[in-house]
Write a protein that binds this ligand. Structure first.
Ligand code: NAD
Length: 481
């Protein structure tokens, strides 16, 4: 059912706002009711976006100007995003379920990405390579060309900005495929880019089914790069399609990340990290602390403190800024509850939660704590993407690190200890793209982020990410005498 205040949104294609004959319903997960629609892009729209991007690249709309001018454009985009933080927070909270405060942080972080990469846009410098007096040799960093970026629903705005900002800073034209469940806030982001004066074709944002529109963009012969953040099965399918045209990818896939707590850990610090690690954004975070490995000496105490934390969280709709918000959809909720039921059947000890929240109509899942989870259980190895934490005891350091590494993922890992040498041994032993010590989610937009093994490849964030958005050309010159 459409409400009276239903809004209809359009796609941004080559600098124009365009409607379509079909639309996607956008639901508020706290009530499971439709509050907006967005035009569902067609394959013809995807083609138009590619042609506009190609024209932008060919005409050098981002690359002819001096990089300092491009940096100024990036700063302007950052400023325009800051102007829509409040409007964007309400929208992102409503379409995704997250709290207004978290949605506000997402927009602010998006602005920070543009400001950060603005500062580097005029410093993408090649090298001079000595080959003796008879040669001059140097490298140039050229943009990849057309960067297709496919975004998931959990942090659509910040994940979009994370790839869009370095890509534009390096002079690429970008086509964003927004997620079906949360397409609106990204579309609002496009209005900020438009207002800042981004040239026509430098950005298109399309909503539409991944398997149709996402796949068409991925398989297009003129696509020069694919940046994908999402699930492993979709990532695999995209990698196969990308291989056809030998297109480089950045793959940011899922995780099943573990924190390891030793007896000398500061337990207040640990519990505060659990609060954010697994219950932030209702646990729908690729780098969530979905496993907690605890030394047996402190295991019972930690289990009861985590349960106390979980049962004490306020729960409600994002607009009221509670500590736990709904998950993104009823389907997501049901999937999470199925995994919880399976965990009970597998013999895990359900300490609290494991069910929907009675009395709330939307996609709410109780904060859930499982103890005594063993490596043979699905809950130990499979991503849940909800507010569900699995605790496992260990007896010594070697066992702890082996347990942490005992999944196919390798996104993040954490260690809680006061012993610096043990923290360093953990940093060496844990097979993950980033290791946190004494604080989950430590780091920021300045620090490289990405996964090992099934969690993907390539790095986003920081200066490191910039070099994924360029390709190196070497120029070797023979000097005649
Ligand atoms: P998903 O894989 O279902 O969808 C992601 C995007 O891919 C959507 O925009 C979708 O429309 C599109 N898509 C689907 N099929 C496609 C195809 N064949 N070709 C091209 N595009 C296609 O993932 P999701 O459910 O939106 O997001 C949750 C997943 O994302 C979780 O596994 C999570 O761990 C992962 N994630 C990873 C990171 C990271 O940085 N590593 C960040 C956030 C989320």
């Amino acid at each position: 059912m459409l409400n009276n205040d239903t809004q209809h949104w359009l796609n941004f294609i080559g600098g124009e706002w365009k409607d379509s004959t079909t639309a996607i319903d956008v639901r508020d997960p706290s009530t499971d009711s439709v509050f907006a629609t967005i035009a569902s892009a067609t394959v013809d729209d995807a083609e138009k976006a590619i042609q506009a991007a190609r024209a932008c690249v060919k005409q050098g709309l981002l690359t002819r100007q001096r990089p300092a001018q491009r940096a100024e454009l990036m700063y302007r985009i950052g400023r325009e995003i800051r102007n829509i933080v409040e409007e964007g927070a309400v929208l992102a909270s409503r379409e995704n379920g997250k709290s207004i405060n978290d949605a506000r942080d997402e927009f602010t972080e998006a602005a920070r990405y543009f400001e950060y990469y603005a500062g580097i846009a005029d410093k993408i410098e090649g090298k001079s390579i000595p080959l003796g007096e008879d040669y001059m040799d140097f490298t140039i960093y050229e943009p990849q060309g057309i960067s297709v970026q496919i975004v998931p629903w959990n942090f659509p705005v910040s994940i979009c900005a994370r790839s869009l900002a370095p890509a534009l800073a390096a002079g690429n034209a970008v086509i964003v495929k927004s997620p079906e469940l949360s397409p609106l806030a990204i579309t609002l982001l496009a209005t900020a880019c438009e207002r800042a004066g981004l040239p026509k074709g430098a950005l298109s944002v399309l909503a539409g089914p991944g398997r149709k529109i996402g796949a068409a963009l991925v398989a297009h012969q003129e696509t020069n790069q694919i940046v994908f953040t999402g699930s492993v099965p979709t990532g695999r399918s995209i990698m196969r399609d990308a291989a056809e045209n030998s297109v480089p990818c950045i793959m940011e896939l899922g995780g099943k990340s573990a924190a390891v707590a030793f007896p000398d850990a500061d337990l207040d610090q640990l519990i505060s990290s659990v609060r954010w690690g697994i219950f932030f954004n209702a646990g729908q975070v690729c780098s969530a602390m979905s496993r907690l490995l605890v030394h047996r000496d402190i295991y019972d105490e930690v289990v009861s403190r985590v349960a106390e934390l979980a049962t004490g969280l306020s729960i409600g709709a994002g607009k009221d800024n509670p500590e736990l918000t709904p998950v993104v959809s009823m389907q997501q909720r049901d999937g999470i509850l199925t995994i919880c039921n399976q965990a009970v059947e597998d013999g895990a000890r359900l300490v609290c939660g494991g069910a929907a929240v009675e009395g709330l109509p939307g996609a709410f899942v109780q904060p859930t704590v499982f103890a005594d989870v063993t490596t043979d259980m699905r809950l130990f190895t499979e991503e849940v993407f909800g507010p569900v934490i699995a605790l496992t005891p260990f007896d010594n350091e070697a066992e702890a690190f082996a347990l942490a590494n005992a999944t196919d993922y390798g996104l993040v890992a954490g260690v809680f200890t006061q012993d610096v040498s043990r923290a360093m041994r953990a940093a060496q032993a844990l097979d993950a793209g980033q290791v946190f010590v004494n604080e989950w989610f430590a780091g920021g937009i300045e620090t490289p982020f990405g996964g090992n093994r099934l969690s993907g490849y390539g790095r986003e964030k920081g200066q490191e990410a910039l070099y994924s958005y360029v390709r190196t050309k070497n120029v070797a010159i023979r000097v005649s005498r």
